[in-house]
Write a protein that binds this ligand. Sequence first.
Ligand code: DP6
Length: 373
Amino acid sequence: MARDPGGVVVDKYCAGPFTDVRRETSGAREATYEAPPNIALVKYWGMRDRELGIPFNSSLSVTLDRFRSHTRVRFDPALSRDQVEINGAPAVGGPRDAVVRFLDRVRAESNLRDSATVVSDNNFPTASGLASSASGFAALAGAATRAAGLRWSGRQLSRLARFGSGSASRSVFGGFVEWHAGRKSDGSDCYARPLYPHDHWPELVDVVVLVEGAPVKEVRSAVAMQASVATSPLYSKRLFDVPRRLAAIRAAIGKRDAGRLFPLIMEECDDFRAVCESTRPSLDYLTATSRATLGEVRALNREGGSPIAGYTHDAGAHVHVFTLERHARRVRARLARLSGVRSTLVVRPGPGGHPILPRRSPRRDPNPRRRSR
Ligand code: DP6
């Protein structure tokens, strides 16, 4: 049976007394939550219901360590409108609207009318190539529900997070995570579940290859993927193939079988890219350096006679190369010397989202004379 570490962690916090939620006499209530990014080994690309954010196919990802979004939400009856700050600057336009819409969902669920202050920071720069919508909306789901007094399980948070960004439904949990597309038309069976904990396969590492001149994504993935559904001649074949591939990838992870896993994730990534490129107008996310990185991984595998690494990328130019600890130095050195590679980072499977306890205010000294000294 699949272990459920992320669920246990999140559910443990959700069930306990809400020591992380600060309630003030003014009626304001505040909570803080952190969540990590993830990289999909089986991609989510296309929604059968846009309104409800229900994907056509289930997907599978690895939650990454080292990086996180840290988000504080404070519902305050004294505020007249929502205030949103992301990475130290007030959010405006689309990004602000997306957060406000998300807060509206939480308000509707909790019968709360108060406006909120949202302060969110990523400890990774946008240029790191790690998508922040997954970690950002998973952290917002955790912080906003807790501040609103909702005691939600990991599954409920995952179901909510997808309304901000589909991939956020997976960042609620740590380790290896599967997001079930579900069958119901109301989306109630559409949520992510942890498959294996982050320490399930300690040898597995992700060498992230950051390329120079990665184009800024102009169209959100949520929009681009619907163009693929409508125009790519390869899309229906992809939907037919993904369940088999997903089952094989899940099994390879379960058995910690790198020789099986690496070719399968490359096959999946190649299929995803073919769908993007055959979309009209074509979606081309890679640079020449990204393509050279894919070629170098194939060359490394040919030289070794057996697969020692596997690549994947999402809707961007940076490439994630999975390998085993014992090959990581060699793989990294080979990729780092390709022309146009800005840097390489090594990341690993990591834990999922969790609440942050408020910092205790220093206890006041009752003797004012001593305090002034
Ligand atoms: C290719 O759910 O992250 O990364 O929030 O619009 O960026 P946006 O959509 P999002 O799309 C994910 C697309 C993907 C594949 C995946 O992560 O499964």
